[in-house]
Design a protein. Structure first.
Length: 226
């Protein structure tokens, strides 16, 4: 409830909730030429950064700015209780906004369950990334700037495919979660195998697990440093 009140008072954060919907409307109005999987990823990947990651980072930074994070850490709640509690609102908002964007675009995945799993894992991943950004931020302004590396690396990773021939080192960007999401979206309804679905899902899952561990370690270290 505290996060909801903070979110509703901050119009800058509130506007981010409609960002995926605005992008979906723009791409839908662009016509069939921009209705492919890569075009839809241009709705999803920036939305994960500018909605999920940004709002989470700001909610964490707001606790630090008001010196309430220390009090939150000293409550009987466990680390996971606090992190899950601070993430629930962002998760629900992201899920609803992206569901609406998917409906507007009219995207039909090869496997609805694989698509839903990818979206859920991606939301969790960017929430965790936002938590890490928030823990390194002292103010809301710092939090807004701290997501720039996430935006540059994750959102920009799929574009590396266009430069792989000239710069082979960029092939590593294929393993970024945003790139794997593009691969999953591009799978056709006919002729795909379970392995085609599992590979991007497992890579996104691996990113999610690793970043979750990092966020927990940083949170606990913050408790000891205070």
């Amino acid at each position: 409830m505290k996060d909801y009140k903070e979110f509703s008072r901050n119009y800058g954060l509130s506007i981010s909730l409609i960002f995926p919907i605005i992008l979906a409307l723009l791409f839908r109005s662009a016509g069939p030429s921009l209705n492919g999987a890569f075009a839809f990823s241009l709705v999803l990947n920036p939305s994960f950064v500018l909605l999920t990651c940004l709002v989470q980072a700001c909610l964490i930074a707001e606790e630090k700015e008001r010196n309430t994070l220390r009090s939150l850490m000293m409550t009987p709640a466990t680390t996971m209780d606090v992190l899950i509690g601070k993430s629930t609102l962002v998760f629900l908002m992201s899920a609803v906004a992206l569901a609406i964007a998917t409906f507007i675009i009219g995207y039909e995945p090869a496997s609805i369950w694989a698509y839903v799993a990818a979206i859920i894992l991606s939301i969790i991943l960017y929430i965790v990334a936002g938590t890490i950004c928030g823990l390194f931020s002292k103010t809301l302004l710092d939090a807004s700037l701290s997501i720039l590396p996430v935006a540059f690396v994750f959102t920009g990773a799929p574009w590396g495919a266009f430069l792989e021939d000239d710069y082979p080192i960029l092939k590593v960007l294929e393993y970024a979660p945003s790139s794997q999401l593009v691969h999953l979206l591009a799978i056709h309804k006919i002729g795909f195998t379970t392995g085609d679905l599992l590979k991007p899902l497992l890579i996104i899952l691996a990113w999610t697990v690793v970043l979750t561990i990092v966020s927990v370690v940083l949170y606990q270290r913050r408790l000891k440093d205070e």
